[in-house]
Design a protein around this ligand. Sequence first.
Ligand code: FES
Length: 157
Amino acid sequence: MAFHEPWNDAVAATIIAQHKAQEGATLPIFHALQKAFGYVPAEAVPMIAEALNLSRAEVHGVLTFYHDFRSEPPGCHILKLCRAEACQAAGGDHLATGVERQLGIKLGETTPDQQVTLEPVFCLGLCAVAPSAMLDDQPIGRVDAARLDALLNEVRS
Ligand code: FES
């Protein structure tokens, strides 16, 4: 299960202050905020813009360019399905369609009970054991629908 604290302006300001002197601080700040809160909310954009002397549009542009950053809180569990070439060649499309059907959501969405967020990822470095997935930061190779179903039932229970 992914543990994230609720959004908090003061904690966010501390995180931003810790990273703002870094070269190319925008991405490290996004990563640190997402690690703490599970996402990078809209409230963070003006804070980052002010700290880095950038426009809000610039910060928003970088934030939305990268698929890794969420703008909404994730579910309790995060399932990432690899959508890159080797995994697609090994049945990744079929797997993704099946998982979407099973969870009743599309890639990029969270189940209505806030239990599972389903996200695409583009290569987990597990191409040799494709198709691959990651459940709550645990990599899974040679994954199939039945195995994912069992793992999801395990973490949700
Ligand atoms: S393409 Fe899926 S792990 Fe590399």
